[in-house]
Design a protein around this ligand. Structure first.
Ligand code: SF4
Ligand code: SF4
Length: 382
């Protein structure tokens, strides 16, 4: 079933914090590898979790342009932080994949198809912006004339546990992009964490029959109107605390008619063309293909590797690279994120997650660049 068409049931349920560990057990009993956020080396990464204790319990993050720090909270929230540098795409479209091998035979060569590992991931803690980004990745990998079968298999097997945000980071602007902080369609279960002085529980929404079956294995009950209202208030409060905004009105026309705006030179003087922004972006999907042979010429391999529009090799054609300057590469990236992706895929290429702002080593801020282009280029860089 198309994720955008999954049923989205109106009733909500309550799962008490004390029973939350059972969600992991129920998913693992169904064969899922449980993936989610976990603190490591001063950052919240996404990786395999053995259980609830691997979550960043009692941690929160502080983010700004080119800056990320973890701090202890004064409570034991399970999801009391925003986003780390890892988008979920790495589990559905791994950054390095061998596509096939070829062996010389007497008369030619034979292709050896790559064995596709049977992965079945439960993604726990998918925020609203990242859920939208998964739909974007679906458009790219599944809706064109050439389907990415590896992605298709991984995506179809994935179980999505979304988490509505209970706080917004200083670099978040999902409200501006219409992608959060409440998860839209496409989840199997969606949780809102409610943490008060007396009670700690999760309001649970069910988005699929499979989600209903997993919830059925857990102790739960129908939410009261008061509990529903409490959860709604958490999300509504989050929406009022976005650290950034982006005015999308008329942005498409503005950017398309300003290819030669002098501000592109200003940002190019700062940009290192390191590609960090593309690596952390949940919607960036570009890759390159590399072929290699062994020294005997008997064996060849084809690999797909993540690439970035910030490399000169990415736009290399027969006579050289098309985008040789930082200006050309930054302009390509920003315009593709903010407007051209919508023309191409019918979905925004930017979900307002703010990762590119946090993880840019020189603190370039996509929302501030848009403001500068709109206002005639006046903007003070970090
Ligand atoms: S905008 Fe920042 S993160 Fe992106 S390529 Fe330039 S310096 Fe690197
Ligand atoms: S462009 Fe930046 S803010 Fe937008 S989705 Fe990508 S990483 Fe997030």
């Amino acid at each position: 079933m198309d994720d955008l068409e999954r049923p989205h049931f109106a009733v909500s349920f309550v799962l008490d914090r004390g029973d939350f560990a059972l969600l992991f057990e129920a998913l693992q009993a169904r064969g899922y590898t449980t993936i989610g956020p976990t603190p490591r080396d001063g950052v919240i990464v996404c990786d395999e979790l053995s259980g609830v204790d691997d979550l960043p319990i009692g941690w929160t993050d502080e983010q700004e342009r080119g800056s990320y720090r973890l701090h202890r909270r004064d409570d034991l929230a399970l999801f009391g932080y925003t986003l780390g540098p890892h988008p979920w795409k790495r589990f559905l479209s791994p950054p390095v994949v061998r596509l096939w091998q070829a062996e010389q035979t007497g008369k030619g060569f034979k292709i050896i198809a790559e064995e596709q590992p049977a992965v079945q991931y439960a993604l726990i803690g998918v925020r609203a912006c990242d859920l939208y980004a998964l739909h974007f990745q679906d458009r790219m990998h599944l809706d064109g004339p050439h389907i990415d079968t590896d992605y298709q298999r991984r995506r179809a097997a994935a179980f999505i546990v979304a988490v509505n945000c209970s706080q917004a980071g200083a670099t978040c602007f999902c409200s501006s992009m219409g992608t959060g902080p409440k998860a839209g369609p496409g989840f199997d279960l969606a949780l809102t964490e409610v943490l008060g002085a007396e009670r700690h529980y999760f309001l649970v929404e069910v988005g699929s029959e499979l989600g209903a079956a997993v919830l059925a294995a857990l102790p739960h009950r129908l939410a009261t109107e008061a509990e529903q209202a409490q959860a709604n208030a958490v999300i509504a409060e989050t929406a009022t605390h976005m650290g950034r905004t982006l005015d999308t009105n008329g942005l498409k026309e503005l950017l398309y008619r300003n290819y030669e705006h002098p501000h592109w030179e200003v940002v190019a003087e700062q940009c290192l063309t390191c590609g960090n922004c593309t690596q952390v972006c949940p919607t960036c999907f570009c890759y390159t293909i590399e072929d290699a042979t062994d020294l005997t010429g008997q064996h060849a391999e084809r690999w797909r590797k993540d690439d970035s529009c910030f490399t000169t090799s990415f736009s290399f054609i027969s006579s050289g690279s098309i985008r040789t300057s930082a200006k050309a590469r930054y302009r390509q990236w920003l315009i593709h994120k903010l407007v051209a992706s919508s023309d191409q895929f019918g979905l925004s290429g930017c979900v307002g997650c703010g990762r590119c702002i946090t993880w840019c080593p020189v603190g370039i801020d996509i929302t501030a660049e848009a403001v500068a282009l709109r206002s005639g280029g006046e903007y003070e860089h970090a």
